[in-house]
Design a protein around this ligand. Structure first.
Ligand code: C2E
Ligand code: MG
Ligand code: MG
Length: 564
């Protein structure tokens, strides 16, 4: 009865395997019809049991592998195969009705056929599982970042990337949503919100989860406006019975891809949307602006940031950072009572101001290295001045808030000061105000630790940002540095509110036993006002600008300042 050689069957079979999803895809019409007849097989079906429980309960995924549809058939042969990971495939081989007499040779061939099917089916299953594991986020039912990169590569390769916009989005206040609704309903909200955005897509547009509440989107520029509208705020129903809804919105870093800035790789796109989202989040904090669009200015800024970060290790190694000292002067006696150590970066013959590099270093932990470096250099200077018999004053160093989570910060500071053999009373640490509760607790711990070892502490820039009275009520500082924004500016019609605030802040600090230092004092008018407020210590250009150490030593030995 055989119409083809066995070799022919195998060839045919191999061709069939090329259409791989059908090799073990759910029941479908496209199961192959033709090759079965020559072995007098009417049909082969398979039951796929994903695990033991499914096997016991008889829950299988059903597949049809061959089907010569018009023939009446009966099941004559079942073969069970178990994969190395314990999943089971049961093959059911059907014969044409009335044709029951497969001879031994045919049965051997059928068995070989089943074995081959099993190998291919196993491989296909594995490929599908692998694909899902690699590219899919099962919690959110969306693709993951790896898939996003793969898609970006394909779109770039096809030369179509300039039709698109890429977005990095961060759901706003999602921890509050989780708190309000609980985590599992929170997940439902997130899934539905992402699903809502997904439903807006046409053609080759994608959303992928980066992690947590961060997602990446690739959308056609023509569809961008719709997506931005959804990101600006969408009501999501989280209870289908009560129809309760919650408003979900997202911050977004948006990059409308054009040929002005060429794109060569997915990483470039990711870098650009990451830069934009960082700015969107910052703006959001300050100005309720949810979206930031990547442009050439941002790209230059990004390059600058990368350059500084990459230059930092060698700069600190080569001691390119130098300490400038700015005197703190007692107005009463016109004499030096302290100094603040301020960092300058000498690079390529240029003196770079901290405003240019400190914010960059504060994005990571490089700032901590720099602060310890500064403390170490200040200690070296103080030790030398003491050894030279000079009238040394207390020097304050700035510590970034980045240090606050460092549980060993206190030991680090003490170790540096003690290694240089500097009495603790010559060191003061300046820290700015904090914004979060966690930071507040850390701040409290750090400040009380410093107090215990006799190192003075000051609140820097008091009055700007989110000042809280709790900050000075609950933490025992030594010094309060009043920000210069409370002072009248040159030629300004001094705002009475500002003056009232200045008087109260100074009075409050003194009433609480804190030393009060006014920062950024530039004019005689300001000095007079401060004297009137009984704020005696000032730091500012009026007396001295920050200066290199050689110049500063001339201020140490009974230098007489003048008010004129
Ligand atoms: P800051 O700690 O509030 O330092 C005072 C800043 O005000 C200094 O700017 C100083 O030069 C400037 N200033 C002083 N008097 C006047 C004045 O009369 N008028 C005006 N317009 N400005 C005055 P600088 O040196 O550029 O430092 C800026 C900021 O950079 C510092 O503000 C501080 O937050 C940070 N910084 C500087 N050095 C370090 C450091 O070693 N570590 C850390 N973490 N931050 C540092
Ligand atoms: Mg300071
Ligand atoms: Mg300050």
């Amino acid at each position: 009865m055989q119409s083809k050689s066995f070799r022919g069957i195998l060839q045919n079979f191999m061709m069939m395997m090329e259409g791989f999803p059908n090799t073990l895809g759910p029941d479908c019409d496209s199961a192959l019809e033709e090759p079965c007849l020559f072995l007098n097989i009417g049909r082969i079906t398979a039951d796929y049991y994903a695990n033991l429980k499914d096997e016991i309960e008889g829950n299988s995924e059903k597949y049809t592998l061959f089907d010569s549809k018009d023939v009446e058939m009966q099941n004559v042969h079942n073969v069970e195969k178990r994969t190395p990971v314990g999943t089971v495939i049961v093959y059911h081989v059907y014969a044409k009705k009335g044709y029951m007499s497969w001879d031994e040779e045919e049965l051997v061939r059928i068995d070989i056929l089943i074995k081959m099917l099993f190998v291919f089916n196993g491989r296909t299953k594995l490929q599908l599982a692998n694909y899902r594991l690699s590219f899919y986020d099962p919690d959110m039912e969306v693709y993951n970042l790896k898939y996003f990169f793969k898609t970006l590569s394909e779109v770039i390769r096809h030369g179509e990337i300039n039709e698109y916009a890429a977005l990095y989005i961060n759901l706003r206040h999602f921890s509050a949503v989780n708190l309000q609704l609980g985590r599992s309903l929170g997940n439902v909200v997130m899934r539905r919100y992402i699903g809502y955005i997904n439903d807006m897509f046409t053609g080759n547009e994608h959303i992928a989860r980066i992690g947590g509440d961060n997602f990446a989107i690739l959308v056609k520029q023509s569809n961008l406006e719709n997506v931005l509208e959804a990101l600006a705020g969408t009501a999501i129903t989280y209870d289908d019975k009560t129809h309760d809804r919650i408003l979900v919105s997202a911050s977004a870093g948006v990059y409308i891809i054009t040929d002005t800035i060429p794109v060569h790789s997915p990483t470039e796109i990711m870098d650009r949307i990451s830069v934009a989202i960082a700015i969107a989040k910052r703006n959001n904090h300050n100005a309720q602006e949810n979206f930031a669009f990547f442009d050439t200015a941002m790209m230059k800024e990004n390059e600058r940031v990368l350059r500084i970060s990459s230059l930092f290790p060698s700069a600190i190694e080569n001691e390119e950072f130098i300490v400038y000292y700015q005197p703190k002067v007692s107005v009463d006696e016109c004499r030096l009572v302290g100094a603040e150590a301020l960092c300058r970066w000498e690079h390529d013959g240029r003196l770079i101001s901290p405003a240019e590099f400190i914010p960059v270093l504060e994005r990571g932990i490089d700032i901590c290295k720099l602060d310890f470096y500064m403390l170490d250099h200040v200690c070296r200077d103080i030790r030398r001045w003491l050894d030279e018999g000079r009238s040394v004053v207390k020097v304050s160093v700035n510590l970034s808030r980045r240090h606050l989570s460092d549980m060993d910060l206190l030991q680090h500071i003490v170790e540096i000061v003690d290694r240089n053999n500097v009495p603790h009373e010559y060191i003061e640490v300046e820290l700015t105000e904090t914004t979060t509760d966690v930071e507040f607790k850390d701040l409290k711990r750090v400040i009380s630790g410093l107090q215990e070892v006799g190192i003075a502490t000051s609140v820097d820039d008091f009055g700007i940002g989110y000042s809280s009275l709790t900050l000075i009520k609950d933490i025992t500082w030594n010094v309060l540095k009043v920000d210069r924004s409370f002072l009248p500016e040159h030629g300004e019609n001094y705002d009475t509110k500002k003056e009232v605030m200045l008087r109260y802040v100074v009075g409050m600090a003194q009433g609480m036993g804190l030393e009060c230092v006014a920062e950024g004092v530039e004019t005689l008018e300001q000095i007079k006002l401060l004297m009137d407020c009984k704020c005696d210590i000032v730091q500012g250009f009026y007396f001295d600008r920050p200066m290199p150490v050689d110049e500063f030593v001339t201020r140490l030995d009974n230098y007489k300042y003048e008010i004129k």
